[in-house]
Design a binder for this molecule. Structure first.
Ligand code: COA
Length: 257
């Protein structure tokens, strides 16, 4: 039987989706993208899960789209390409996603890391948008997310040259939250996800929504949205438990309600 393209497991509220492409480079073929989105959606719907980790292997997080298949695509096929439907599926996930990046995160692989909410990188990680070298440009959010996260000049340099960033460079620029040793990157990512998973799942979901709103709205509209989400959290049982536990000097037991 063929090995599963995505290895999924849930432990202590953290759902790990580990890409396991046959080539070890996790070229983002449609089957891998579908399996990843499916695993994430299933975990997102599981009440036990409070945070996702998306990982690849030691050598590659993901080496981007399938260049051989893309070469054969015509304009019409590109227009209808299911790849476009993959990114909104990630965006629709309610629970936070930690990218655990080791080795190459190139093209769509880099965009996949950028689409996650937090990024933990092995010191071996390389981030790059090399598309202009292939005669195309990033098509999975790379230009927009890099411009928003790094500012126009830095995004221009990365997108127009295709230059790779080391994990430490990416951290200095604010694309990476933590850099971990080559033999401890997955543990570091899982630990960060575990910290989130111990918080109120309800509060974490609402807080993720509030932070993402900052990318889409004016400050006034964002502040109004944050206020509404805050009031929503006040309607939950978790906030009574969280506040009571604090006052009783004990650890809160959240139920995500
Ligand atoms: N699509 C299709 N095939 C790919 C691929 C991709 N994104 N990335 C790697 N491969 C294939 C190579 O064609 C090669 O195939 P072969 O064994 O039949 O010759 C094989 O994987 C190994 O690649 P190679 O370049 O020889 O290995 P490497 O270890 O020297 O380098 C990479 C690995 C990932 C750095 C390099 O392959 C690379 O730069 N890939 C392209 C990344 C890219 O541009 N992604 C954006 C696409 S829009």
């Amino acid at each position: 039987m063929a090995a599963s393209l995505v290895l999924a497991e849930v432990r202590d509220g953290v759902a790990l989706a580990r890409m396991n492409g046959a080539d070890g480079r996790n070229v983002l073929v449609p089957e891998l993208r579908d399996a990843l989105a499916g695993a994430l959606e299933a975990a997102d719907a599981d009440p036990e899960v409070r945070c996702h980790v998306v990982a690849g292997g030691d050598d590659a997080f993901a080496a981007g789209a399938d260049i051989a298949a893309m070469r054969e695509q015509d304009f019409q096929a590109a227009l209808r390409a299911p790849a476009a439907r993959f990114w909104p599926r990630l965006r629709a996930l309610r629970k936070p996603i930690v990218a655990a990046v080791s080795g190459y995160a190139l093209g769509g692989g880099c965009e996949l890391a950028l689409a996650c909410d937090l990024v933990v990188a092995s010191e071996t990680a390389v981030f790059s948008q090399p598309e202009v070298g292939l005669g195309i440009l990033p098509g999975g959010g790379g230009t927009q997310r890099l411009a928003r996260q790094l500012g126009r000049q830095r995004a221009m340099e990365l997108v127009l040259t295709g230059r790779g960033l080391t994990a430490h460079e990416a951290q200095q620029l604010g694309l990476v939250n933590r850099v971990a040793p080559a033999d401890g990157w997955l543990e570091a990512a899982t630990e960060l996800a575990g910290t989130i998973a111990r918080r109120s799942g309800l509060a974490v979901e609402l807080a993720k929504r509030a932070v993402l709103a900052a990318e889409e709205t004016s400050l006034t509209a964002g502040l109004a949205q944050e206020r509404d989400l805050f009031v929503l959290a006040m309607a939950g049982e978790d906030r009574v438990e969280g506040m009571t536990a604090f006052l009783e000097k004990r650890r809160a037991v959240f139920r995500g309600r």
